[in-house]
Design a protein around this ligand. Structure first.
Ligand SMILES: CC(C)(COP(=O)(O)OP(=O)(O)OC[C@H]1O[C@@H](n2cnc3c(N)ncnc32)[C@H](O)[C@@H]1OP(=O)(O)O)[C@@H](O)C(=O)NCCC(=O)NCCS
Length: 149
């Protein structure tokens, strides 16, 4: 899998990947500049995005096509996004997930109380409307934030 910045023409494929998992896809076009795709054999088989929210950001829309799971690609995509966040100077990375909390725990995220989210994150659409109230809210441990020189 090759990870590259998403282009406008990738959006339909990314929406299909997200919709198949019940992940919010309606607003993904707004985040094209911080959206990445994984391409394999000429097809978009993975995606992942950052949603900058002031000094913090949400890691979101991480998805690997079912046929390509359990090859380490989800981990690769997530680590890529964390390096990207560091390049943007964003060390406070959060996420919401209903199904993959253990996966992200293995990548340095810890469960955090929703009330402790920065105001910009609490005001985001992911937080207020797109993700169910029961979703697990997680924060990247400070010690896990990649350092980019
Ligand atoms: C979560 C997801 C991205 C993982 O992708 P993947 O390519 O299968 O992950 P990897 O192969 O890198 O797996 C790394 C490890 O995480 C584990 N893992 C994978 N998916 C997991 C999940 N949903 N929950 C807990 N652990 C998981 C794997 O078993 C593997 O563990 P191991 O190293 O001990 O064998 C993928 O299952 C997916 O697209 N899920 C649907 C969308 C989703 O829930 N996205 C997250 C919300 S934004």
């Amino acid at each position: 899998m090759t990870i590259r910045p998403a282009q406008y023409a990738d959006l339909a494929a990314v929406r299909a990947l997200l919709a198949a998992e019940g992940l919010p896809d309606g607003d993904i076009g707004v985040h094209l500049a911080t959206l990445w795709v994984g391409v394999h054999a000429g097809r978009v088989v993975a995606a992942g995005a950052l949603e900058p929210l002031g000094a913090a950001c949400l890691l979101r829309s991480v998805v690997i096509a079912p046929a390509h799971r359990d090859r380490g690609w989800g981990r690769r995509m997530t680590r890529h996004l964390l390096r990207f966040a560091a390049r943007l100077g964003m060390s406070r990375v959060y996420l919401l997930t209903t199904t993959a909390a253990d996966f992200f725990a293995g990548l340095g995220f810890v469960t955090e109380m929703r009330e402790r989210a920065p105001p910009t994150v609490q005001a985001s659409r992911q937080f207020t409307t797109l993700c169910p109230a029961g979703a697990t809210f997680m924060k990247l441990r400070d010690s896990e934030a990649p350092v980019v020189y």
